[in-house]
Design a protein around this ligand. Structure first.
Ligand code: SF4
Length: 270
């Protein structure tokens, strides 16, 4: 089938949030400072191509700290962990570099504070997701998990801004491609938001998953990426369209963003 797309619109903001940017840079800097191998507990961010790229540079991803040799360096992912994970790391004499996003730490601190003050906490999230396991671990007896909440997600600026941008994009595009992995909550949500605004939307890891048939009758395609998807994947997807003769590529900026987090203190000390 011939693809007749004439225009590609790129949502802005899209892609890496400050927490993911910091987590990926943390692994790269740790590899430079301490040398390979560097162990990383869980996927550093919920994006498979990023994980594969870091593996090729010497990172070893593990599910639990029991898989890390005593005395080795381990990085904790952006999503945060329950207190028992720090205790395990101390018991195994691991050097810990904590890449937990500062905004996740803020939520953990709030959970601890409310539990201390005698409140019962209602946490909105997905059972078993790392972010939820970590937060519930702070005050297990004081938290009830539910999965349906008010429509507005306010865990952080990045989730909100990417959704605002994809809404505008979905109104201008026939098809919206969301670059992100299946296990990325915010990427799945972007695809849902685009679909709710009337665009045919697809979640893809990279350009190899694109199918020509998706663009039947489509003139304008919108592209965005979840908070854990790097810009080099966006470039590859745009390249897929350029290779099919689409030269009209334009960015649609909806919100300005300027958030950066300092690297973990363990790296600064190194
Ligand atoms: S989406 Fe928000 S909370 Fe999650 S890592 Fe990024 S900045 Fe932090």
């Amino acid at each position: 089938m011939v693809v007749n797309v004439e225009r590609v619109l790129l949502a802005a903001p899209r892609g890496y949030c400050a927490g993911v940017d910091r987590a990926v840079e943390t692994v790269e800097r740790a590899l430079q400072s301490f040398g390979a191998p560097i162990y990383v507990r869980k996927q550093i961010v919920h994006n498979l191509p990023v994980v594969r790229d870091l593996e090729s540079k010497g990172a070893i991803f593990v599910e639990e700290l029991g898989e890390v040799p005593s005395g080795a360096t381990v990085i904790l992912s952006a999503h945060g962990v329950a207190p028992e994970v720090y205790a395990q790391a101390r018991a195994r004499e691991l050097r810990v570099v904590d890449a937990t996003c500062p905004l996740v730490t803020k939520v953990h601190n709030e959970a601890k504070k409310f539990a201390r003050d005698g409140y019962h906490i209602v946490l909105i999230g997905h059972e078993g997701h790392e972010e939820v396991v970590g937060t519930m671990g702070e005050a297990p007896a004081s938290i009830t998990l539910i999965i349906q909440g008010p429509p507005r997600e306010d865990i952080c600026y990045a989730t909100q801004n990417r959704q605002t941008a994809v809404k505008v994009l979905a109104e201008k595009a026939d098809v919206v491609l969301v670059i992100g992995s299946d296990n990325s909550s915010n990427s799945n949500r972007l695809a849902e938001v685009a679909a709710a605004r009337g665009a045919r939307s697809y979640l893809i890891d990279d350009e190899t998953e694109i199918e020509d048939a998706w663009f039947e009758g489509a003139r304008t395609v919108g592209i965005t990426s979840g908070a854990s998807a790097p810009e080099w994947l966006v470039d590859r997807v745009v390249g897929w369209f350029r290779a099919r003769g689409v030269d009209d590529v334009e960015e649609v900026r909806v919100v300005e963003e300027d958030v950066h987090f300092a690297l973990p203190k363990e790296l600064e000390q190194a």
